[in-house]
Ligand binder design. Structure first.
Ligand code: AMP
Length: 215
């Protein structure tokens, strides 16, 4: 099963993608996580990506597409995967479709986790991410067991640079202009499912499962 998660930054697609990945035993591939790992390791890609990410802008398509297409060719992707944060532009979606088509493959589901902008701004301000493993929490909605410490690996939890309020406003702007058109793109292909992302996490996950079980 090949799945794409759509939704504004902070809509909860990462959290849901991890659950789907566990449930269906398919890899969770997050371009944001890949970039953050590259930044942490000081790679050339990381240095380039950071300049865009810190401003709330998208990393240019040419730095993203080949990276993902190569990742999808790895052995763990044979049963499918869940893409979180890719594609984020129409050219990325078209490049993905061409790369998959060349192998006789296609995306099975695009799941749009719908959350209004006002909720997003509130969520991002309270979001904390582990400096070590990238897992995200929310100081009110998804608190860690011990304040400031990651449940999964014991790493320190911080407000990511790109979650700072001024950057969030820019990211939302970019989302509306460049990423939202993907909803229509996948709807026209008949593979779009929409879930209400304002609900409790378990409810959102149940709604996603219901959609995935329809086929
Ligand atoms: P995320 O963790 O998915 O919100 O991604 C964090 C940041 O990484 C985004 O704000 C972008 O700057 C960059 N990024 C992640 N995925 C992509 C993508 N598919 N295309 C361009 N930039 C991306």
């Amino acid at each position: 099963m090949r799945i794409i998660m759509l939704g504004a930054p902070g809509a909860g697609k990462g959290t849901q993608a991890k659950r789907i990945s566990d449930q269906y035993d398919i890899p969770h591939i997050s371009t944001g996580d890949i970039f953050r790992a590259n930044i942490k390791n000081g790679t050339e890609l990381g240095v380039k990506a950071k300049t865009y990410m810190d401003q709330g802008l998208l990393v240019p398509d040419e730095l993203v597409v080949d990276l993902i297409v190569d990742r999808l060719r790895q052995d763990d992707c044979v049963k499918g995967y869940i893409l979180d944060g890719f594609p984020r532009t129409i050219p990325q979606a078209e490049a993905l479709a061409i790369a998959l088509n060349a192998n006789g493959e296609k995306i099975d589901f695009a799941i749009n986790v719908e959350v209004p902008d006002t909720n997003i701004i509130h969520r991002m301000a309270g979001r904390r991410a582990c400096v070590n493993c990238g897992r995200t929490y929310h100081i009110v909605n998804i608190p860690p067991k011990a304040e400031g410490i990651c449940d999964a690996c014991g790493g320190q939890l911080v407000l990511r640079d790109d979650d700072k309020p001024e950057t969030v406003a820019k990211r939302l702007d970019v989302y509306h202009q460049q990423t939202k058109p993907l909803i229509e793109f996948y709807s026209s292909k008949g593979i779009l499912a929409v879930v209400d992302g304002t609900k409790e996490m378990d409810e959102v996950f149940a709604a996603i499962e219901k959609e995935l079980n329809k086929k």
